[in-house]
Design a protein around this ligand. Structure first.
Ligand code: TXA
Ligand code: MG
Length: 321
């Protein structure tokens, strides 16, 4: 495994070739780091599952370089999904659509739908374009972390999380810290109305304005398998508590204006909700690296990006069984 920092176009071309040859490439996106493999190569995709320790019925998002690639992977695309794609791609949004024949069971977890995203991070976009230039159709990429664990927002965190299980020819592209810091908004577009399956930077209000539709009120009741529907996820080794102040020797994450209770360990002091999202996963990882038993988190207001933060932290609180 090799880490390439500040990759040039030549490095990115090499990484695209590595994908084409069936290797794994971890790369930055504006949300979190992705663990990429050729989405049409069953063997390469099966390595994603084994490296992450992820159940194989759990579908992967396919990343493409532009809206022009949508038709390869999806069929019967509703008009409102096109509106969303035009409005928010490249960007932190994943659309769930009816799959084409290209999207095999090993990508979709045997579901009839496929998750698609055009990321905006320039390294990610260049990698996807180069991969398509080599004849590739799309890059399957879950968050680059062990299943159920905290997502990674730096290449150092990817290395810590997965370095041990990578093989010699796998690559990590180092593009610094992720701009947004939490995973994309996932929108189910397989019904008459959009349904948000996982909240993110693109909010419900933004979806409703862009589509001129009310989102499906039955959110969370469909049978699709999404992280959002697993109770425990994004979970560090430390116990996470919400809305409580920490005791001595415990970790603390809160907005900057909240003072640190005496004897506790401040892990992050973001100035805004945006900064909270950017720093949360790094702060949870820092707590684990210090072997803290408990981390207390005071979340910002539950609106806008705050909705997504609450969704992730509510799941971080629950320990896997
Ligand atoms: O921001 C992101 O979305 C990052 C970056 C790397 O793009 N990716 C990411 O992937 O968070 P992952 O695999 O960690 O989470 C994607 C979620 C999974 O919970 C999966 O179940 C859901 O998307 N998903 C994928 N395809 C789906 C489908 N066809 N129907 C329902 N959910 C789907
Ligand atoms: Mg994930």
């Amino acid at each position: 495994m090799e880490i390439i920092s500040n990759p040039t176009q030549v490095d990115i071309k090499r990484a695209a070739q590595a994908l084409k040859d069936g290797h794994l490439v971890a790369f930055p996106t504006e949300t979190v780091y992705g663990l990429g493999a050729d989405a049409t190569n069953e063997k390469a995709v099966s390595r994603i599952y084994s490296v992450k320790g992820r159940p194989t019925d759990h579908p992967l998002i396919v990343h493409i370089s532009s809206i022009n690639q949508l038709g390869k992977w999806a069929v019967d695309i509703p008009e409102y999904a096109i509106k969303l794609a035009k409005e928010f791609w490249p960007g932190p949004m994943t659309l769930i659509l009816s799959r084409s024949n290209l999207a095999k069971n090993f990508i979709t977890g045997s579901q009839e739908s496929i998750g698609l995203r055009v990321p905006s991070n320039p390294i990610a976009l260049a990698l996807l374009s180069q991969f398509e230039n080599l004849g590739g159709a799309g890059v399957a990429a879950p968050s680059a972390n062990k299943f159920g664990a905290v997502s990674t927002t730096t290449s150092e965190a990817v290395y810590e999380e997965l370095g041990q299980v990578f093989s010699e020819q796998d690559l990590i592209l180092n593009g610094g810290s992720c701009e947004i810091g939490i995973e994309s908004t996932i929108i189910d577009c397989t019904q008459d109305y959009p349904t948000i399956l996982r909240p993110g930077y693109i909010t419900l209000d933004m979806v409703e304005v862009a589509t001129e539709l009310i989102t499906n009120p039955k959110a969370g009741t469909q049978k699709t398998k999404t992280s959002g529907q697993f109770k425990s996820h994004y979970s560090p080794a430390a116990e996470v508590v919400l809305g409580e102040l920490p005791g001595p020797g415990e970790g603390f994450i809160a907005l900057q204006y909240v003072p640190t209770p005496e004897g506790s360990i401040r892990l992050a002091s973001p100035k805004s909700t945006t900064e909270f999202a950017q720093t949360i996963y790094g702060a949870l990882r820092l707590g684990d690296s210090m072997s803290l038993q408990k981390i207390a988190v005071l979340l910002p207001e539950d609106n806008g990006l705050g909705v997504a933060l609450k969704d992730r932290l509510d799941k971080a609180v629950i320990k896997p069984i």
